[in-house]
Unconditional design. Sequence first.
Length: 255
Amino acid sequence: MKLTLAISTVSDNLNKALQVFDCFNEFTLSNVEFLVICQNDFGKDNFEQMGHVTVYYQSKKGLSKSRNYAIEKALGDYVWFLDDDVILKESFIVDFISDKFRGYDLVFGKIYCSDINEAYKKYSRKRYRRYEMLRVSSIEIIVRREFLINNEIYFDESLGLGARYPSGEENIFLLGCYDANASIIEIDEYCIYHPCNEEKREPKLLWAKPGYPYSKFNVARNLGGLLGLVYALRTCFRAIMAGVPLLDVVKFIKS
């Protein structure tokens, strides 16, 4: 079984992205495809081979566009969507490509902080039900590529970093997978390390981002039903508590 590791980055961070792949042995190299999707204003899309890493230069901008490009170009049976500041656990990857998880459409791992000694978030509950798809981060997602192609599932390119609405793309992506009857397994181990960036994750900073509240309401609409209504009300409360003006909250609701 072949696994595609797909890092999304921009040209200024290309060297940092390449360093993520520096530590793999020959066995891993033979069963893993290493992709970097590098975005900037290149004029036209292109690619080059840099050792065991294939770098695709994409002129379009936006995290969702980058990940959709990775789905298009990947040769592996599974695709793991990665940021350019992660540290990978090679023992997990060796375990993964041994066919242990073959047959599952979605595989969820867990994140540990690379800058402080704690988990990236609370993992007290499993993530198998529809609304629990909202508790999965994008770099925890390993997905069977054929399942995506057969069900025409891609990331919404109006959502995610670099797009009009800066979050929620992984939530709606996973809701689409769930609605297509994806078979899911959650792995009870930390398989990737990522900076926690506690200051950047402060609610007031997140809600102050242009389009962030609308991103959340968009997720509520896709969730639908009573749970979608509860999520929308929770979004209203959190937005107001984070200092978003009430009139703006009302505007987002009406939109």
